[in-house]
Design a protein around this ligand. Structure first.
Ligand SMILES: Nc1nc2c(ncn2[C@@H]2O[C@H](COP(=O)(O)OP(=O)(O)OP(=O)(O)O)[C@@H](O)[C@H]2O)c(=O)[nH]1
Length: 211
């Protein structure tokens, strides 16, 4: 199980994104998240069951102190902004800082996600994506743009999150056991010996299924 925390300004579409992925629904009406909420999503990666605990935090300032109590222990931090509102992109830096403060240095993977892709023309979207890529590089984050309304890139995005979290968990297991091979689950053998980290990153195409 890996903990994923989603942060970002109010109204950027954090809840909608999680609901699109976990329940395949989209609600046009806004209901503010009060404090925090979470969903558990089950995956099967290389035949091994793997769960993501996805925490949806409130963007409203008045709930921030409740929400920040849940940042600890995150393996993945997703900072979300509205592709149509550049201020929300600027604010992602602060959201990320706050979330990182509660975690061990270098213990989290970071994603920057632009939402509501359906509300922009292709040209507008490309312009914002250029800006977002600069932020992503500063934040050491991977950038994605998505739409909860149409579902565009939503599944691919969460599968990527699951794949990365799974890979990290395996690395941790390996560090713990200090062996070059490890046996996980019922007979699935994962051999990581001899692969350079760069090569592994490029070659890592796990067979991911959502249960
Ligand atoms: N057109 C469009 N609207 C969206 C999309 N995602 C979310 N919205 C709308 O944006 C509004 C805010 O969405 P939420 O998901 O509630 O936003 P949030 O970031 O969770 O807000 P807080 O809970 O206050 O932090 C809602 O009215 C959604 O219907 C999208 O991809 N496209």
């Amino acid at each position: 199980m890996a903990k994923v925390v989603m942060v970002g300004d109010l109204y950027v579409g954090k809840t909608s994104l999680i609901n699109r992925f976990c329940k395949n629904v989209f609600d046009r009406d806004y209901k503010a998240t009060i404090g925090v909420d979470f969903e558990i999503e089950r995956f099967e990666i290389l035949g091994i069951p793997f769960n993501l605990q996805i925490w949806d935090t409130a963007g409203q300032e008045k709930f921030k102190c409740i929400a920040s109590a849940y940042y600890r222990g995150a393996q993945v931090i997703i900072t979300a902004f509205d592709l149509g509102d550049l201020q929300t992109l600027e604010h992602t830096r602060h959201w990320l800082q706050d979330a990182l403060k509660e975690n061990e240095p270098d213990s989290c993977s970071v994603f920057l996600i632009g939402t509501k892709k359906d509300t922009l023309s292709e040209a507008e979207c490309e312009r914002t994506e250029q800006d977002a890529l600069k932020y992503a590089s500063e934040m050491n984050a991977e950038f994605w743009s998505v739409s909860a309304k149409t579902g565009e890139h939503v599944k691919d995005f969460f599968f990527r999150v699951a794949g990365l979290a799974f890979e990290q968990s395996m690395k941790k297991e390996l560090e713990k056991s200090r062996h070059s091979t490890t046996q996980i689950g019922a007979g699935s053998l994962i051999q990581l010996e001899g692969n350079s980290p760069e090569k592994r990153e490029n070659d890592f195409r796990p067979n991911i299924n959502c249960c």
